[in-house]
Design a binder for this molecule. Structure first.
Ligand SMILES: [Zn+2]
Length: 495
């Protein structure tokens, strides 16, 4: 007797997420998992004809700041419509707990929005399970949030008691199922942590499988020292390392990624588990305060490299929507100030303003992407009331359409691997990221000839083209390019 399936996708070119070539097959779904791959007989509640289309695992966005968006905007349309079925939140040292510290940081991305409140990572992940978003969420514990909770903005080493408070917070997160610890070493307050502090904390994770993810101390002139620090932390603490948004920031450092990639290779050759993620654009995005704190406009070029005022454009503000889309050079001209002073004046009124920063070379972006240590992560900032960097919507479609298909940076099967099976293995997401019998049915059906990002820096809030269907745990979350009311996401917990 043939089983009745929830969904059958027929005649697809199946990319399995492991990097092998596509095969023509049907894929059947039952009880949220993949029940069969091959030639599928029998009926289904939902039949999807994928003739001429590709099918692959749902995209795993390993670098997100969607901790609070998953609560405030549970439709998660800006990710789901681009084929993302799992977000790893808590990057760059900014986590979802302890709540009071987290809620303060959340104001930068969600100005004026109230959060419901939760107790620790257990409370956060339970909240998501009780109020499911449209896609899955795995969480990193944020070092900056732990530090803010333990010792405020203090610019010194922690006392023994403060260190213990941070360790307790980390263990609470790990026991709740967090997949690792992140740092943001250009940001307040994480930038005041020395290497030893991070080693001591990260060593608490040794043997658990949880990883250390880092927005490094300097992606500009001291890029290589920063990669060396990340590798050292992994080596001394005995944990895997994930280098966040690998890049060389600031014109004077362009080309250095060849050396930073070589450092990753040599660490791997010594047996260390070190990889990186990347978003496929030559502009970054962050809070304006981070550039000012690191003297980016004063040529002293701290963590972000030296940036020109014309290269930094306001993305979102709390009360000055008319500023969005204007560069710091525009303000400097209008106010007859230097770029640094104009930035300070913007910050006086909008301390949490976010910006888009044109700071990388296209050659470096492609060099990093081609390298086998690199997986894909959007780093999207979900300030959807403002004018966010278009990576929030378009990252995965841009890699598939622009870089793999149009520029031939790598084969489509490899591009799919970098956003599915590879990150699932690194982040310990069991039975995700692969198309095989028994794996969870998080799936994307897309048109390989048409898939492309559509949003621009001027008009970013547009879902990509060519993403036809998205299944989340077997539920039809996007049908013919249109989001359905399904909310099938859940918290993904380590172990
Ligand atoms: Zn970052």
């Amino acid at each position: 007797m043939s089983r009745r399936h929830e969904v059958v996708v027929r005649n697809a070119r199946v990319y399995d997420g492991r990097g092998g070539p596509a095969v023509e097959a049907d894929v059947a779904v039952a009880d949220g998992r993949i029940a069969a791959v091959g030639s599928v007989e029998g009926d289904a509640d939902i039949e999807i004809d994928a003739a001429g289309l590709a099918l692959c695992p749902g995209f795993i966005d390993v670098h997100t700041h969607d901790d609070f968006a998953a609560v405030l905007h549970p439709d998660m349309a800006f990710k789901l419509l681009g084929g993302v079925t799992t977000c790893v939140v808590g990057n760059c040292g900014m986590g979802a707990a302890p709540f009071a510290a987290a809620a303060g940081m959340a104001q930068a991305f969600h100005p004026g929005r109230e959060l419901p409140g939760w107790e620790g990572y257990a409370g956060y992940l339970d909240h998501l399970d009780a109020h499911p978003p449209a896609l899955h969420v795995a969480a990193l514990v944020g070092h900056g949030t732990l530090r803010l909770d333990a010792m405020g903005g203090a610019r010194r080493e922690p006392t023994a008691a403060e260190m213990q408070t941070m360790k307790d917070g980390l263990h609470e997160g790990l026991e709740a199922g967090a997949v690792g610890l992140s740092t943001g070493l250009i940001y307040e307050p994480g930038r005041h942590a020395r290497t030893d502090e991070i080693v001591e904390l990260a060593a608490e994770m040794a043997g658990t499988g949880a990883l250390y993810a880092t927005h490094m101390r300097d992606e500009g002139r001291r890029l290589l020292e920063s990669v060396a620090e990340a590798v050292e932390i992994g080596e001394r603490a005995g944990v895997p390392v994930q280098i966040s948004h690998h890049k060389a920031s600031g014109r004077e450092s362009w080309g250095r990624v060849r050396e930073s990639l070589a450092l990753i290779e040599s660490a791997q050759a010594r047996g260390l588990d070190v990889h990186a993620d990347q978003y496929p654009y030559t502009a970054g995005s962050t809070i304006l305060a981070a550039i000012a704190q690191n003297d980016g406009f004063r040529g002293r070029a701290g963590g972000v490299g030296a940036v020109e005022p014309g290269d930094v454009v306001i993305a979102s503000t709390r009360a000055h929507p008319q500023w969005e889309g204007r560069s710091i050079a525009d303000f400097a001209a209008e106010w007859s100030l230097s770029g640094a002073d104009a930035a300070d004046r913007v910050l006086a009124e909008e301390p949490l303003a976010t910006i888009v920063m044109h700071s990388m070379s296209e050659d470096d972006v492609q060099t990093v992407m081609r390298h086998p240590s690199t997986m894909i992560g959007s780093d999207g900032i979900p300030s959807i009331e403002g004018r966010p960097h278009p990576r929030l919507y378009g990252t995965f479609a841009r890699v598939l359409g622009h870089y793999a298909r149009d520029l031939g940076v790598f084969p489509l099967a490899e591009a799919v691997h970098r956003m599915t099976g590879f990150p699932a293995r690194k982040f310990g997401l069991r039975d995700r990221g692969e198309v095989r019998e028994g794996a969870w049915a998080d799936l994307v059906v897309f048109d390989p000839d048409r898939v492309i990002d559509v949003g621009t820096y001027e008009d970013p809030k547009r879902p990509p083209a060519g993403i036809a269907h998205v299944l989340v745990a077997g539920r039809h979350a996007v049908a013919n390019g249109v989001q359905t009311p399904e909310r099938a996401g859940r918290s993904l917990r380590r172990g």
